[in-house]
Structure formats: C-alpha cells, structure tokens
Design a protein around this ligand. Structure first.
Ligand code: HEC
Ligand code: HEC
Length: 214
C-alpha cells in the first residue's frame, strides 16, 4: 500500500516534469515556425543557400535563443535589415522551440574556400596572434569549430565564409554588440582585415564533428 502510494507520486512527479518540459520546447512547433518563416532565408533544414545569410543547423540552442531575443527586442545589429522583423512578436516559447529544432538538424559540412587563405587562417584559429594579444579562437569555439553548448559560444565550422567575415567586421567596428563582456569586439578589434579574411576562410572549411563527411 505504502509502496503503491510512492509509485503513484513518482509517476505524478514525472508527468509534471514532462508537461513542464513540453511547455518550454515543442519541436513540432519549432519545425512549423521554421517552415513558415525561417526557411525562406535559412533553408528547409537550417542550411542557408545564400552565403551572406547564416546556417543554423546543429547550432547550440542557447546561443540561438540569445541572438533571437536580441533581434526580437530590436537590439541586435542587422546589417541587411532582413532579420529583425522576423523575430519581433515571437514568444519565448516559440524562440526556444525553433532553436531546439534547429539544434537537432545536421550541421553544415565544410565549405569550399581558397586553400591558401584558409591555411593562413588555421594558425590564427588555433594559436591566436600572440603579438597582438589575440586569443586562440579554439579556446572558445572548440578545436573543431563546434562551439560550447551552454556557454553561448557558437559553432563556426562550416558556416558561410562571407557571413563569418561580415560578423567579425561587425564586432571590429563595434556595430555588433551582442557579445557579453566584449569577448568578440576586443578580439576582432585587434585583427587586420586580412587576418579576418583568412580566419573566416578557415572556419568555413572546418569539418564539424557532427556534420556528414563529404
Ligand atoms: C528575410 C530573410 C530572413 C528570415 C525570414 C529569417 N532570417 Fe534569420 N537572419 C537573416 C539574416 C540576413 C541574418 C544575418 C544577420 C547578420 O548578418 O548578423 C540572420 C541572422 C539570424 C540569426 C543569428 C545567427 C548568428 O549566428 O548569430 C539567427 C539565430 C536567426 N537569423 C534565426 C532565424 C529564425 C529562427 C528565423 C525564423 C523565425 C529567421 N531567422 C528568419 C535573414 C532572415
Ligand atoms: C573568450 C571566448 C572567445 C574567444 C577567444 C573567441 N570568441 Fe568568437 N565568439 C565568442 C562568443 C561568446 C560569441 C557570441 C557573441 C554573441 O553572443 O553574439 C562569439 C561569436 C563569434 C562569431 C560570430 C558567429 C555567428 O554565428 O554570428 C565569429 C565569426 C567568431 N566569434 C569568431 C572568432 C574568431 C575568429 C576568434 C579568434 C580570433 C574568436 N571568435 C575568439 C567567444 C569567443
């Protein structure tokens, strides 16, 4: 009898937990929103066909949520003026759901880049530029460009080169201020245009550990 009551309580607690989690993230709702709105620019499975528009497949959901809330509050640099209006009016739940659905998709594979340029970027990515006090990118974006989930450190492997370059230029010019504690503005601010160019090519060429091998 006693045991039975406990089991009943445990089941009730589990069900409550499940309901709460469901209220926060609804993958079906996320997919629907993607197909109705986001897909037009970011692709049906979160891989954009336009090089200056980012891919999000496999991107960490905490990072996507952070950016989406800034766009929604009209507080994220939007150089092409295409993104903000698509975030305004979204609820927290819709944002979390679409972010979770995007995170679930297979990340983009390595992009085709100028190999000489990427080779110059490789050492910047892994070792930084010590004489300019530029830290290793791998320290935060991971040795394979996979980022760090839970720390809002985005994955960069296989991201489009023009988008990466534009983002770094945005940080360098202080127009993009979405980085907590100026983590990126300070880093990009110390890099030359040529260094930005090279490291962007290298990041685009990286093989994300969860991407299909081409
Ligand atoms: C009309 C085209 C368009 C639509 C529709 C659109 N976006 Fe975007 N989005 C963009 C562009 C362009 C950028 C790049 C902004 C920049 O250069 O920083 C962007 C940037 C983003 C970013 C920031 C990426 C990063 O790595 O920081 C996220 C997240 C995002 N979009 C998610 C979404 C979601 C989710 C939807 C659907 C609710 C959506 N977008 C709909 C064009 C669009
Ligand atoms: C101390 C940690 C840290 C280091 C070191 C670092 N980054 Fe970042 N990076 C971040 C964070 C955090 C963000 C997300 C900023 C935001 O929330 O918009 C970011 C964002 C970016 C973005 C934008 C990604 C997107 O999807 O919009 C690029 C590109 C980037 N970093 C490249 C680099 C490069 C190249 C280096 C090395 C020269 C580097 N980072 C070093 C923490 C770091």
């Amino acid at each position: 009898m006693h045991k039975r009551t406990l089991t009943g309580l445990t089941v009730a607690a589990l069900m409550l937990g499940a309901t709460t989690a469901q209220a926060e993230v609804d993958l079906e709702q996320g997919k629907k929103l993607n197909n109705q709105v986001c897909m037009a620019c970011h692709g049906p499975k979160g891989i954009s066909q336009t090089p200056s528009w980012p891919s999000h497949a496999g991107q960490h959901s905490d990072y996507i949520v952070h950016e989406m809330k800034l766009f929604r509050d009209e507080n994220r640099w939007d150089p092409q003026g295409l993104m903000t209006e698509n975030a305004v009016g979204l609820s927290d739940q819709e944002i979390r759901s679409v972010a979770a659905w995007l995170e679930d998709q297979t990340p983009p594979g390595p992009q085709e880049v100028d190999e000489e340029l990427a080779a110059r970027g490789e050492s910047i990515y892994h070792a930084g530029i010590p004489e300019k006090d530029v830290a290793s990118c791998a320290a935060c974006h991971g040795p394979h460009g996979e980022g760090v989930k839970g720390a809002q450190f985005p994955a960069v492997a296989g991201q489009h080169q023009p988008y990466l370059r534009q983002s770094l230029q945005g940080f360098k010019s202080e127009k993009r201020q979405s980085d907590r504690n100026r983590m990126m503005r300070d880093t990009a601010g110390r890099m030359s245009e040529a260094e930005i160019e090279a490291v962007s090519a290298y990041m685009a060429s990286m093989q994300h550990p969860e991407a299909e091998v081409e």
